[in-house]
Design a protein around this ligand. Structure first.
Ligand SMILES: [Zn+2]
Length: 213
């Protein structure tokens, strides 16, 4: 059984909404492509889930919560490298809103709600706290997970890795993803591919294969 997860299509990550952490290539064309893909997947009866970055204002990933630091500085947080981001996707603000219709999804998985931990992955945060995603997918018998959205080098990457670790077959639709940086995005695709993810150019490549790829 196939399922789809659409990652972090939110105002703050898009140029369309002049977001605080706008990722290149996220104008109206991209949003139209995403919405078309969602409609097509729905029309085929394939269930979809969405993830939503959903931070409290005091979130640890915001440079503004670390005196003397600036955006994109790297700090060590409990033994891990943490990039400090501009404040983004603060709960209840316009920039945190999904730019896709929530009713299209079985559920919207909110992540990064604990101020102490970042959470690129839709499955769990850096403190190991699981979201409800794995349980929801298992309940519906999903074995193959198609992933696309923002950003290739962070939330798509870690959602793919955590999906693989939980035993799902993972397919990432490249033309429906956008990355913060072209170099780290290319590296991320290589990394997840080396761990077993199938990288597909577009949705057609998945659907034309009779979902067998
Ligand atoms: Zn975030």
């Amino acid at each position: 059984m196939n399922g789809v997860i659409v990652v972090d299509i939110q105002g703050d990550f898009t140029q369309l909404m002049s977001g605080s952490l706008a990722v290149p290539g996220t104008g109206l064309d991209y949003l139209n492509k995403i919405n078309k893909a969602i409609d097509r997947i729905r029309s085929l009866g394939i269930p979809l889930w969405a993830s939503q970055d959903w931070h409290p204002a005091n979130h640890i990933s915001f440079f503004t919560n670390h005196p003397g630091k600036k955006a994109f500085d790297l700090i060590n947080l409990q033994g891990k490298n943490q990039i400090l981001w501009p404040p983004h996707c603060v709960q209840g603000t316009p920039g945190a809103e999904l730019l896709i219709e929530p009713a299209s999804f079985q559920a919207v998985i909110q992540k990064g709600r604990d101020y102490r931990f970042d959470s690129y992955s839709a499955f769990q945060d850096d403190g190991g706290q699981e979201t409800e995603l794995d349980g929801l997918l298992k309940k519906q018998g999903i074995r193959t997970l198609i992933i696309f959205g923002i950003a290739t080098d962070y939330c798509v990457r870690f959602s793919a890795l955590d999906g693989l670790a939980r035993g799902y077959k993972i397919r990432v639709i490249k033309s429906l993803c956008r990355g913060v940086d072209p170099v780290t995005s290319a590296e991320a695709l290589k990394e997840i591919e080396s761990k077993g993810t199938v990288i597909l150019e577009d949705l057609d490549e998945f659907l034309n294969a009779g979902s067998k790829v």
